[in-house]
Design a protein around this ligand. Structure first.
Ligand code: TUI
Length: 328
């Protein structure tokens, strides 16, 4: 809580328990997005004072090992890897990460409980992404190091609750640090997340347009052109709702939903679509997973600049608010 005696000094960067836990300068994490968050982006974010995270998605273990090695060459700062728990390679990937002793593992799309012992044994901090209070409580009891509470403003695989509703409920339910994700773009978003009780933020969409992000230029252009209502959630009937930018593929998914197609049809239409967009640049028939803040992204910027803009923006907002409103 920010009180009269505990005010942020101007120019003094926001520092929370997350900074000490992860050995980073600013409590800013970069989402570990499949086919988007490669070693180049993760290393640039870590060099910029945040925590860069490689997205492993459904990639084969050999690809991930090369990415981890590349990130180690590019930075000596801590970085993480996101494990997508629906991956067919999940067991091998967790083993590999324990061997490589990466600093942090974040997880998505499931419960990482059974891998905790192995990862902690290798000295790795484990931070699951969750979209519900029940799972946050269960994981906090099982000993995870922090929780990322992700609202449905995010791109990709999402839950039901918004960041505004989810973050304070998880903050109240657990006694480990909470990081807010979903719908956070700038200093205003970070300040709001801190007011909700979060001790850090994770941003995905904003980092898609980082200079060091290796996705296809056409995807960056599509994000930059996006308007406020240009994302849509597809796949709800399959139990795997996914937020994407509207395109031909998204419309085809919505048609399948309208005529209550079977799960095989959804699977057939979905295969390889994320790679097709992010790497090949097919922004019509590829899956352009991106969040609701796409419309706020207006240009490509170096990762370091993004981090500084967000952190100093949050700091100024909080200080200005205290001066004008709280102590005014
Ligand atoms: O994981 C994400 N976002 C993603 S993963 C992805 S790739 C993908 N591939 C195949 C199917 C679906 C997606 C694209 N975007 N975000 C983190 C996140 N995790 N959001 C929500 C959750 C989540 C959902 C259910 C976490 C746990 C969970 O638990 C189920 C359970 O066991 O209770």
């Amino acid at each position: 809580m920010i009180t009269k005696n505990n005010r942020l000094k101007e120019g003094k960067a926001i520092k929370t328990r997350i900074c000490d836990l992860l050995g980073i300068k600013y409590p800013v994490l970069q989402g570990g997005m499949a086919w988007v968050s490669t070693a180049e982006l993760a290393a640039a974010v870590s060099e910029g004072g945040g925590l860069g995270i490689i997205g492993s998605g459904q990639a084969p273990p050999q690809w991930l090992r090369e990415q981890v090695k590349k990130a180690k060459e590019l930075t000596d700062k801590p970085f993480g890897v996101n494990v997508m728990l629906l991956s067919p390679h999940v067991e091998e990937i967790v083993q590999l990460l324990a061997e490589e002793k990466v600093s942090v593992v974040t997880t998505g799309a499931g419960n990482p409980g059974k891998y905790l012992g192995l990862l902690h044994g290798a000295g790795i901090k484990v931070i699951p992404v969750v979209s519900s209070v029940a799972l946050a409580k269960r994981l906090a009891r099982s000993g995870v190091d922090a929780i990322i509470a992700e609202g449905m403003e995010s791109g990709g695989h999402i839950g039901e609750l918004t960041t505004m509703a989810l973050v304070p409920q998880i903050v109240d339910a657990v006694d480990i640090p909470v990081i807010a994700a979903g719908g956070i773009f700038d200093g205003r978003g970070m300040a709001a997340a801190l007011m909700l009780g979060a001790e850090g933020v994770q941003m995905g969409t904003r980092f898609m347009c980082a200079k060091e992000c290796t996705i296809h230029e056409r995807v960056k252009e599509m994000v930059i052109r996006a308007k406020d209502r240009d994302t849509v959630v597809t796949g709800r009937p399959t139990g795997h709702p996914v937020r994407v930018l509207k395109n031909k593929l998204a419309r085809q998914f919505l048609e399948l939903e309208e005529r209550c197609a079977g799960s095989e049809e959804f699977e057939k239409l979905g295969v390889g679509r994320l790679r097709l967009a992010m790497q090949e640049g097919d922004v019509e028939m590829g899956s352009v997973m991106a969040g609701q803040v796409s419309s706020m992204v207006s240009r490509v910027q170096p990762a370091r600049e993004i981090i500084l803009e967000v952190v100093t923006g949050a700091e100024q907002i909080i200080k200005g608010f205290c001066d004008r409103v709280v102590n005014g």
